[in-house]
Design a binder for this molecule. Structure first.
Ligand code: MN
Length: 208
């Protein structure tokens, strides 16, 4: 397996930091990543996003399935604003996607995965998580985006470019004016060298 992943996160216009977060953890044979959108924006939301990042840092892709990963965020954010999140895991040749609240997921060229985002707010209300699971048999491009990105983007515009360029295009052409905005683009390939040899991702601060 290999994974080339890029992401961009921009704060609400005029704010210094975002309440959105893109997080990626790679291991020898597995991968876990997430986009988190803390409710609201500004400094308090950004501080809570930092806390969410610390919670995510405790998760090991080798042993953490998505139910446990989302539950860790839910428990760790209790008593705070709360957040939406979509989490993805690649492990033992299987791709799993699950989300709570309004963080979109789409595999380019396929139907939307948005149905797998169940209603709820991590930290406040978490019902039964639905996990989309499939074997990773062919290369695919997965796009995860907070609701600061309009969901009606045209896939044709991001088909023939690398993940960094795809993030730039989505941010430039589909950003909503009044929210934090995050987009993550992952090219996942079952038949390439190990994950560690894949391209480095951009840092979340690249454009902030
Ligand atoms: Mn948002």
């Amino acid at each position: 397996m290999s994974a080339a992943i890029a992401h961009l996160c921009l704060p609400f216009p005029g704010e210094r930091a975002a309440g959105d977060l893109a997080w990626i953890r790679r291991r020898a044979s597995s991968l876990l990543f997430a986009v988190v959108d803390v409710l609201g924006h500004g400094a308090a939301a950004a501080a809570e996003a930092k806390h969410a990042e610390q919670l995510l840092e405790t998760l090991d892709p080798e042993s953490t399935d998505l139910g446990r990963g989302l539950d860790a965020l839910h428990r760790g954010l209790r008593g705070r604003r709360g957040a939406a999140a979509t989490m993805v895991r690649l492990h033992a040749g299987e791709l799993t996607v699950a989300g709570v609240g309004n963080v979109g997921a789409r595999i380019v060229g396929e139907e939307r995965l948005g149905l797998y985002c169940v209603p709820g707010v991590l930290g406040r209300r978490l019902g039964r998580v639905r996990v989309d699971a499939r074997p990773l048999r062919a290369p695919l491009r997965l796009v995860i985006y907070s609701d600061g990105i309009r969901a009606d983007f045209d896939e044709q515009a991001i088909r023939d470019c690398d993940p960094h360029e795809a993030c730039e295009r989505l941010m430039t052409d589909h950003r909503r004016p009044h929210d934090d905005a995050t987009v993550l683009v992952a090219d996942l390939n079952p038949s390439q060298p190990p994950l560690e040899q894949a391209k480095a991702e951009s840092s979340p601060g690249d454009r902030a």
